[in-house]
Design a protein. Structure first.
Length: 283
């Protein structure tokens, strides 16, 4: 059942991307204008990529919880997911940029070791279902401190907002035989705002080909939060028309947060990484 849901979602992802590309191709044929990413006011990028994740999670209650490596415990959920980037160039050297990324997975596995999660003891040989969601939103301001006919180098300052939610549900059985009372479940969610600074390069490397690379980083300790964030992305795109561009790239993202709040007390170290294929448009 789980495998069929995964295949269905993959097919849906491919269908959505195919529809976007089809509509974009029609728009490109109608527009027929060459793109100039260094001067066009608006740009949009929509990508899908194979995501490899590395997640270490600890949730405390009245007692200190165990740190759980979700991929080692539940397996690696490589999935096709979308990332959307865009910007508005409202003046020659000034831009507002946004980012949205969303990742969701459901996994089920018989665990090999005991662990404590939010005061609940999950015992070895129990079958656990894990649901976890991860979303990232960014709004940033960019200033081009170096600008030439074929490239620009910009500085970035903005804020990432990270949302993470996890739910564990245990079927209380040992080696297939019922044990205990019904089910056990626990959940936790986290919303963490983290400011970022960084740099971005946009370079016309020849003809209709463009190189776009960025690096962002920040570490911060204030109030209930202590964390760091890193986001690295590089891609090469072919943009023969304003409404038609395709690219290949690589993206790596890491967030590490320690939080002491009523709804989430513990730590999260989450990263994703993988190659991307994306559609771009400018106007």
């Amino acid at each position: 059942m789980h495998e069929s849901r995964v295949h269905g979602r993959h097919a849906t992802d491919r269908s959505i991307l195919g529809l976007v590309l089809l509509l974009a191709t029609g728009s490109a044929q109608a527009a027929g204008e060459n793109a100039d990413l260094l001067n066009d006011p608006f740009s949009l990028s929509l990508g899908t990529f194979i995501v490899g994740t590395d997640t270490k999670l600890q949730v405390n209650g009245d007692q200190i919880g165990d740190e759980i490596d979700l991929e080692q415990t539940f397996g690696q959920p490589d999935r096709n997911r979308f990332r959307a980037d865009g910007y508005w160039r409202f003046a020659d050297r000034h831009k507002l940029r946004f980012l949205w990324f969303d990742w969701r997975a459901t996994r089920s596995r018989r665990i090999k070791e005991d662990f404590i999660f939010e005061d609940v003891l999950y015992e070895a040989d129990a079958t656990l279902e894990l649901k976890n969601n991860f979303s990232v939103y960014e709004l940033a301001y960019e200033y081009a401190f170096l600008r030439r006919d074929n490239f620009e180098l910009t500085g970035t300052i903005g804020v990432h907002y990270t949302e993470f939610a996890v739910e564990l549900r245990a079927k209380l059985d040992v080696n297939g035989e019922p044990a205990g009372q019904g089910e056990r479940k626990s959940s936790a969610d986290l919303g963490a705002p983290l400011p970022v600074i960084g740099a971005r390069l946009l370079w016309n490397i020849g003809g209709d080909f463009w190189l776009d690379g960025s690096a962002q980083y920040f570490a911060l300790s204030y109030g209930e939060y202590d964390g760091s964030l890193q986001d690295y992305r590089v891609g090469v795109s072919w943009q023969p028309r304003k409404w038609l561009g395709v690219g290949l790239g690589f993206n790596a993202f890491d967030v590490n947060v320690d939080v002491d709040k009523d709804r989430f007390n513990g730590s999260l170290d989450w990263s994703y990484y993988g190659p991307m294929i994306y559609y771009t448009a400018s106007f």
